[in-house]
Design a binder for this molecule. Structure first.
Ligand SMILES: Cc1cc2nc3c(=O)[nH]c(=O)nc-3n(C[C@H](O)[C@H](O)[C@H](O)COP(=O)(O)OP(=O)(O)OC[C@H]3O[C@@H](n4cnc5c(N)ncnc54)[C@H](O)[C@@H]3O)c2cc1C
Length: 808
């Protein structure tokens, strides 16, 4: 083994080999893969080898599509047969709700260029002759599904990588990792040491242990998983002979089963409800190419359903039951990317569908390592979506929940119960007492809406039981005064002699004057949006930055990457120490005046100003800004004082008709202001011109902020896309996100978010469309649950279009 490499990949499963393949393909020839035992000896060798493009996140679905399309390439380069069978497949719905879900996947797939087709149960039975159509209400056919040989595929990546210059060492156990002062890594192995600029954790079943080598608690856990193989089946042979084709893949969501042909028999797998984690504390290092004892009883309920839905199985002999472990993150998506304060340490872990996702994960990670950017929208699988609040027990309950719900529908208004409550604020129980229906984001409980007595959340794709209560919450804001909790925002104090200098380079906005706030887009080197904040200058060397809560770890990683040790600047996260409440609506000024001796008149407290004032008994930071687009104030206080401020505002607000509102009402309010939000409208694939944030970019400021030149170019040339707001002629279902936008009969764009704007009484959607047609006033439609609804471009906000109320 050589003593130095540019990158060392730890782990020779399908994921590690894909990473090595992509690194060497994209130009890093000096890369080494180290495998403890033999290639595939983790979860890879016993996989069922199935592959499909379906994923709830369209960006992950796109990477799955890439993976499947890559197979011919690696087969050709390596000369290794991968046993590829592109049989196509059917995804089956046993209920109307499931069919709605499949239709929504089909619709999302349209703008990604996927060629799925909605078919009837009868048509499904013509495609997949083993199923009994009476158990289904509909299906989606996907031509890009099939199966392959897991070992052959892993070796194909490996051999192709070797041809491109990569080195592979088997029987080489990485025992410890040490980062040097210069940021490079010493990798201690059973075969001697190697030194590298970059290390990749592709440890699969041992990813958690390879994380611990650098002090990381990665949210990853292995679960036992079983599938059965049948003896030869006459029905299979007959179909093969008559059609000249294999039996296509099938995913029976309501039966919680997947099936495919294996030789002249069938393979049937299931994600059983009574699932079992494997080695929840530590994966033994001597585990290799082993199977776990099968537990037929555990999967019997699913198999019984399977035998009804696919009657040919009743007469088939079971040849073998495979039980093997593989890993999951709490939400079932991979954990990919760099880790805060560990430069050169990269994750490619928790890939639960290595044969659908491995190629895309390898490509994204290699791009990230080489170019500094994954090149795709990888938000859904970025390791930074979990923060320091992660614990092993949280991972355990969430992974079990995810596994047992693998084939369950998650409705857009459904919050999953496991691992909650984890993080709560002091007003949590007060909110619950008022009927708060909580949602969890970044581990924190936050009110989504307030249910009047006797009303419960009904999960649905369509408008549900929250519709009228949310409408009342909106009314409280627009007519009187509403209060919500804002603790879920991420808050950072930036201090130091060089704080201003640093912020001027990191943020694209102009740095505000004392006591003033401004909107602050943050760009990457490619001029794309990696953050949208509000920045306040508290003092010469003291700033407050407020941004999206779910992006806290993502942003902290970004800040730490750009922190120059030569500069005197400190980024201090305030997530649990500084909490927030906000009041908004025409009577919000009166309320603030009642609870504070400060003068809140417009002359003294202007829009986008922040001041330290007392609210009841407590000294707070109060900013005159509101995401509702109304007259309003954001109030920040120390955690221990939040309860007191809440009670003061509720008591004093009573005579003004104060009403609590949650995140769903906030969404409704911001829609009629055409305000975008992070992770929906603002993501690292859009430029500021495209996203309409260009008025907040100081293109001509002196500082050479990150992405400046490309952002200027985007401004000159206009960019490719435009964010647009639409009023949708929707019936009983509003957009959720990711629906296709049609123009003149063709799919031209995609929805980023939307919902019902109760204040204006209309259904609204925001989304991206090509710049050339972005100002067309007619011809627009948005597809909701397989129905094309006409819609109208809404260039100006429906509420307070001239922003007089907000500023008044
Ligand atoms: C029963 C079953 C059926 C499945 N069916 C499918 C399917 O149909 N389709 C699908 O897409 N996926 C399927 N999977 C999941 C699939 O197997 C995984 O997604 C995939 O194997 C993950 O690959 P990996 O490279 O991340 O991990 P692994 O295969 O676990 O590879 C990790 C490798 O890293 C090595 N390693 C770890 N630590 C070190 C160290 N310190 N030093 C050196 N080497 C180290 C290990 O020896 C191992 O070889 C199935 C899994 C099971 C168990």
């Amino acid at each position: 083994m050589k003593s130095h490499a540019q990158a060392v990949v730890i782990g020779g499963g399908v994921v590690g080999c894909s990473v090595l393949y992509h690194l060497t393909k994209l130009g890093w020839k000096d890369c080494v893969l180290l495998e403890r035992s033999e290639l595939t000896s983790g979860s890879t060798w016993h996989a069922a080898g199935g592959m499909h493009t379906v994923n709830g996140d369209p960006n992950v679905a796109q990477l799955q599509q890439y993976t499947i399309k890559l197979y011919e390439e690696i087969q050709e380069i390596s000369g290794q047969d991968i046993g590829l069978h592109l049989t196509g497949g059917v995804m089956l719905a046993g209920t109307e709700d499931r069919f709605d879900w499949l239709k929504s996947l089909h619709a999302k797939g349209r703008y990604l260029g996927m060629e799925t087709e909605i078919i009837s149960p009868k048509e499904a039975a013509e495609v997949m002759p083993l199923l009994d159509p009476k158990h289904f209400v509909g299906a989606v056919y996907d031509p890009i599904e099939g199966h392959l040989d897991p070992s052959g595929t892993t070796w194909a990546y490996a051999k192709a990588a070797q041809k491109q210059g990569g080195e592979i060492h088997q029987q080489t156990h990485v025992e410890a990792l040490h980062q040097q002062e210069d940021g490079t890594w010493h990798i201690h192995t059973s075969q001697g040491d190697i030194h590298a600029e970059h290390v990749v954790n592709a440890g699969g079943l041992w990813a958690r242990e390879v994380g611990k080598m650098v002090g990381l608690e990665l949210p990853v856990l292995a679960m036992e998983h079983m599938y059965l193989l049948t003896e030869e089946m006459a029905e299979v042979t007959r179909h093969n002979q008559q059609s000249g084709k294999q039996i296509p893949h099938a995913m029976d969501f309501d039966g919680e089963l997947y099936l495919r042909q294996e030789q002249q028999g069938m393979l049937m797998g299931t994600y059983e409800k009574a699932c079992v984690p494997w080695q929840p504390d530590e994966t033994p290092w001597d585990f290799s190419m082993e199977l776990l004892p099968p537990d037929l009883e555990r999967i019997t309920p699913s198999l019984e359903v399977g035998f009804q839905h696919f009657p040919a199985f009743e007469n088939a002999g079971i040849k073998k039951i495979i039980n093997g472990p593989f890993t999951f993150a709490p939400d079932g998506n991979p954990l990919v990317g760099p880790v805060r304060e560990l430069p050169g340490y990269w994750c490619a872990c928790a890939v639960m569908a290595g044969f659908s996702q491995g190629g895309g994960v390898g490509l994204a990670l290699a791009n990230w390592m080489i170019e500094g950017d994954p090149g795709f929208d990888v938000w859904g699988m970025d390791v930074s979506r979990y923060g320091e609040w992660i614990t092993k027990s949280y991972t355990n309950v969430k992974v079990r929940e995810n596994y047992s719900r693998r084939f369950s529908i998650r409705f857009p208004n459904e919050e999953l119960p496991a691992g909650r409550p984890l993080r709560t604020t002091p007003v949590y129980d007060l909110m619950l007492a008022q009927g708060a229906q909580m949602g969890e984001s970044f581990g924190l409980e936050q009110p989504l809406w307030f249910a009047p007595k006797g009303i419960r959340e009904e999960f649905s794709w369509r408008r549900s039981s929250d519709f009228n209560p949310v409408s009342e919450e909106v009314k409280a804001v627009r007519d009187r005064v509403g209060m919500m909790e804002t603790s879920g925002f991420a808050k950072y104090v930036i201090q130091g002699e060089d704080a201003e200098l640093w912020l001027d380079q990191v943020l694209a906005c102009r740095i505000p004057k004392h006591g003033r706030m401004c909107l602050a887009p943050m760009l990457n080197e490619k001029g794309k949006l990696v953050g949208d904040f509000t920045l306040t200058r508290m003092d010469d060397e003291d700033f407050l930055l407020i941004g999206s809560g779910v992006a806290e770890e993502y942003h902290l990683r970004w800040f730490s990457e750009y922190l120059d040790p030569e500069l005197d600047v400190h980024v201090i996260p305030q997530s649990s120490t500084m909490l927030g409440l906000a009041v908004a609506g025409p009577k919000s000024r009166e309320l603030m005046q009642k609870v504070s001796p400060y003068d809140f008149s417009n002359d003294y407290f202007r829009f986008m100003e922040m001041k330290q004032v007392s609210v009841g008994l407590v000294e707070c930071l109060v900013g005159r800004v509101s995401y509702t687009g109304d007259l309003g104030y954001e109030i920040w206080m120390e955690a221990e004082n939040q309860r007191s401020v809440f009670q003061t505002l509720m008591q004093e607000g009573e005579s003004l008709g104060i009403g609590l509102f949650g995140l769903r009402a906030l969404n409704s309010l911001r829609l009629e202001k055409n305000f975008g939000s992070w992770a929906r409208e603002f993501r690292p694939i859009y430029g500021p011109m495209e996203a309409g944030l260009n008025p907040f970019v100081a293109y001509d400021k002196e500082a050479d902020f990150i992405g400046k030149e490309i952002a200027r170019k985007e401004k000159e040339e206009g960019g490719n896309l435009r964010l647009r707001t639409f009023v949708v002629d929707a019936k009983d279902a509003d957009v959720i996100g990711d629906e296709p936008i049609w123009h003149e009969g063709e799919v031209k764009g995609w929805v980023t978010s939307g919902g019902f704007a109760h204040g204006s009484g209309v259904s609204m959607a925001m989304g991206y469309v090509p710049r050339e047609i972005a100002d067309q006033t007619s011809g627009w439609e948005i597809e909701i649950l397989n129905e094309r609804c006409s819609c109208k471009l809404q260039p100006k906000p429906l509420f307070d279009p001239e922003a007089k109320i907000m500023r008044g």
